[in-house]
Design a protein around this ligand. Structure first.
Ligand code: S3P
Length: 426
């Protein structure tokens, strides 16, 4: 796939549903009494992996053009799968489902693609073991494939070394099956979709600062869910609108949960002109339309508590920094190394190949802005966020940029290139 400099991006775009919320709607719906209906569900490969896993656990899930219908089986209604569960590329599916499987009365096995098999699972298997779970890493390397022997679980208070919503959500789900409350304290607050949605389904979940606690005992009840647009997908259009001169883009119905809106804060700190319209703070997950106009950007220091609120958008921040005046420093972001690819190395290598002045650090990168980028061939390393980032970076670069493995955007945004192209034509 090839990308070249754009003249102006103009028009309106509606990004697909939020990936994190789509996964959770299937999982929590499966564990509920009654039929959960989900609209604006993200039909990306990761969320389809979650559907596939829960079907294999005996849950009937209908996928109609209007909605996804999950016929819940209650907390104790899952059945043993007849083979390995395949989570594909999805770390969220792998880690959250382990929390559920740890509390069942059957054995299950789980695996995923090559990237998934290199991602750390000790961060969940260790605390789950403290709760009484029995989980084997079949290759003894701390990664999938995993075998999970369902067990009786005990509530714990876990102090996580990383701010990770996947770890937190895994333990809260295991906590549904524990004999007492389960708490997770994080160094900084990670996305809180599980806490919000579990409460909607009827679970007893209390959040205090960076600690979330679940009290077992409540049944979950089916809900109607309208998934907001994914701010992580919207971020690609935010960056594109900021980079390409004369652009003005409206991105409709985007989730702006404060545990996810770091990209708005950081872009504004860099000088971005972003206006929120149609704000709706009605039902747990706030939304707004985002109006983005081309802006002159300057560098910023991105660190600390904001990092978990834009962890998936940091590749885009690095690309934006190349178009900003001055230096941008990204710190406290060592988690980037254990995403779908090592996003520090992959960003630094690819940006350098385009002529950027960027250095990798232990926990992030330093980018000297205002070095013109030039097109080259980029290796996405089959990481959807990397492919989208370079499709955007190319819109302001000289010459032609090719992206190897560009099709990996099907993980979170199957129509991404089409939607980007529409803005160039309108
Ligand atoms: C996610 C949490 C984040 C994020 C991932 C989705 C989730 O991962 O990077 O894309 O849905 O809980 P970590 O929990 O590993 O930070």
């Amino acid at each position: 796939m090839k990308f070249t400099r754009a003249n102006a991006l103009r028009g309106t775009v509606t990004v697909p549903g939020d990936k994190s919320i789509s996964h959770r709607s299937i999982m929590f719906g499966a564990l509920s009494q009654g039929t959960t209906r989900v609209t604006n569900f993200l039909r990306g490969a990761d969320c389809l992996s979650t559907i596939d896993c829960f079907r294999r656990l005996g849950v009937r899930i209908e996928d109609t053009p209007e909605e996804i219908r999950i016929h819940g089986r209650g907390l104790y209604g899952l059945r043993a799968p007849d083979g390995m569960l395949d989570v594909g590329n999805s770390g969220t599916t792998a880690r959250l489902i382990c929390g559920i499987l740890a509390g069942q009365n059957f054995v299950s096995e789980l695996n995923g693609d090559a990237s998934l098999q290199s991602r750390p699972m000790k961060r969940i298997t260790e605390p789950l073991s403290q709760m009484g779970a029995q989980i084997e890493c079949l290759l003894q390397n701390g990664c999938a494939p995993l075998r999970i022997h369902g067990s009786c679980l005990h509530g714990i208070h876990y102090r996580s070394a990383v701010a990770s919503a996947q770890v937190k959500s895994c333990l809260l789900l295991a906590g549904l099956y524990a004999d007492g409350p389960t708490s997770v304290t994080e160094p900084f607050l990670s996305r809180n979709h599980s806490e919000i949605m579990l409460r909607h389904f009827g679970a007893s979940v209390v959040s205090e600062g960076t600690t979330a606690t679940i009290y077992p005992g409540a049944e979950l009840h089916a809900q109607e869910i309208r998934v907001p647009g994914d701010i992580s997908s919207a971020a690609a259009f935010i960056a594109a609108g900021l980079i390409v001169p004369d652009s003005e883009i409206r991105i409709c119905h985007v989730g702006i949960n404060p545990t996810r809106d770091g990209i708005l804060k950081v872009c504004r700190a860099m000088g971005a002109d972003i206006t929120l319209l149609n704000e709706n703070h009605g039902n747990g997950e706030p939304t707004a339309d985002l109006l983005v106009r081309h802006s002159t950007l300057h560098g910023a220091v991105v660190e600390g508590a904001v990092i978990p609120t834009l962890i998936d958008e940091l590749p885009l921040v690095a690309a934006l920094a190349c178009y900003a005046k001055g230096t941008t420093v990204i710190k406290d972001a060592q988690e980037l190394k254990v995403k779908e690819s090592n996003r520090i190395d992959v960003m630094v290598n690819n940006l350098r190949a385009m002529g950027a002045c960027v250095t990798a650090t232990e926990d992030g990168m330093i980018i000297e802005g205002d070095h013109p980028l030039r097109g080259t061939v980029i290796d996405s390393c089959l990481d959807h966020r990397i492919a989208m980032t370079f499709a955007v970076a190319a819109l302001g670069a000289d010459g032609e940029t090719g992206i190897r493995g560009a099709d990996c955007v099907r993980i979170s945004y199957p129509d991404f290139y089409k939607d980007l192209e529409k803005l160039q034509k309108s």
